[in-house]
Design a protein around this ligand. Sequence first.
Ligand SMILES: C[S@@+](CC[C@H](N)C(=O)[O-])C[C@H]1O[C@@H](n2cnc3c(N)ncnc32)[C@H](O)[C@@H]1O
Length: 264
Amino acid sequence: MSQQQEPGFDTSVPQTARIWNYWLGGKDNFPVDRAVGDQILEAFPAIVENARASRAFLARAVGYLADEAGIRQFLDIGTGLPTANNTHEVAQRVAPDARIVYVDNDPIVLAHARALLTSTPEGATAYIDADLRDPDKLLQEAARTLDFTQPIAIMLMGILGHIEDDDQARSIVNHLVDAVPSGSYLTMNDGTDTSEEVVEAGRIWNQSANPTYHLRSPDRIARFFEGLELVEPGVVSPPRWRPEPSPSGLPAEIDSFCGVGRKP
Ligand SMILES: C[S@@+](CC[C@H](N)C(=O)[O-])C[C@H]1O[C@@H](n2cnc3c(N)ncnc32)[C@H](O)[C@@H]1O
């Protein structure tokens, strides 16, 4: 994408959705995004594997929720730019009547949202341009598509790290979980401060990219699931959450932790 083709975006400040898109091999990014993306890649070469493994977790988690857990409604907050295996594609492959609401606050994600609105005729998809820090507005708009008397899977994938303060993040998570009925789920995944390389990557990110991103310890991530029943194997590194069986044993961990919890 060239700056001439897409006027209206801030192309002077690297943005999270576009940098993530760059690491995933997408084309919806600008030179500033690639520059900081490359700088981080140099300090933390595993970032590309990290991004791919995080997306693979998303697909396995949504597959589990739609299939084994029987969930038919998804609220995917911090959607990112459309890529392979978007939430509605995975969910509707299992359950064509699944309804999905996507939420993001980046104008470039809004501009590409039509690629997320390709629902099956039996199901529905909607996109909301809203901010996680204003959960009331987000929930009000989501209620146009989702039935809040029936279970909903709330998805926070790679977004809570953008909320630095644990109390604020916890209060947002509680607000969302309080709004959905028993039998609903919280699915989340975020970067952890588990290697020197990733900590350096976080430092580089926070010098130039928007919004800032704050790595947490695995324990701090696990605390967001308090009050929920954790689906096996609990809060783990994404490659270890229900991986495909492999003769070579458990896959290697990455600097990220994830989980799926059920509201009792
Ligand atoms: C690292 S990307 C993750 C994308 C996708 N969930 C995934 O796992 O591949 C984080 C996304 O969260 C969005 N985001 C960050 N802060 C947000 C906020 N306060 N409200 C809504 N979206 C936000 C960004 O625009 C970006 O698209």
